[in-house]
Design a protein around this ligand. Sequence first.
Ligand SMILES: CC(=O)[C@@H](O)[C@H](O)COP(=O)(O)O
Ligand SMILES: NCC(=O)COP(=O)(O)O
Length: 246
Amino acid sequence: MTASLSVNLNAIAMLRNRRDLPWPNVISLGRIALAAGASGLTVHPRPDERHIRFSDLPAIRALIDDEFPQAEFNIEGYPTPEFLGLVAANEPEQVTLVPDDPAQSTSDHGWNLERDAEFLRPIISRLKAQGIRVSLFIDPHPDAPAMAKVLGADRVELYTGPYGGAHDDPRLQASELAKLESTALAAAKAVIAVNAGHDLTVANLAALVKKMPNLVEVSIGHGLTADALVHGMSGAVERFLNALQA
Ligand SMILES: CC(=O)[C@@H](O)[C@H](O)COP(=O)(O)O
Ligand SMILES: NCC(=O)COP(=O)(O)O
């Protein structure tokens, strides 16, 4: 089974938000990603809207519904009442619950499922009653998948930040990969599906999927956006040089 790719649009939105202008256009780039074979689009709205804006969500929902009905919308975030309202209004196929503090610059850990169980249980059940698949963002630990399953989650998303962050240290990267592998194995035993994400790149993805044969989906934003810039730069310069000659 090949894992599917959900393209996280947060990094593109952050670039757009540098100016009061509509480019880079999150919807146009989402369309390009889906037309190129991505299976879905991910957004992680944060309370200060510094990346994706709440007003982007209906347009992403409409893009999928109108042009890519097989694709999935994945909304990630901390389940505040405001976040749950956004989810109810935009009807994603999947919600990934992440234990972010609003002050965090990016996600850097998974849920403490023992401590947060009674907080998460009713939220998971409410989201599932709305027909939404629920995934819990977890640090790699072999006990976590079974705990997530008991709480009613459909999937876990393994936090791959430390694995991605070890890009310049092969020994550390191997030990982070071993943790991810054992957690994916534990998820297979607990019969819960596995997503993964954070700081995944073309360079670190192949080793990950080899060790996690039950990986269903990866969501990737920062590394994929960086790659899009590298591979799009010469074409963009060419277009501007042509415009200068016009
Ligand atoms: C849960 C997760 O790892 C991603 O959503 C990541 O946090 C991307 O969010 P930012 O692009 O806002 O950092
Ligand atoms: N769910 C994880 C995710 O979307 C990863 O984002 P990024 O670290 O690749 O920007």
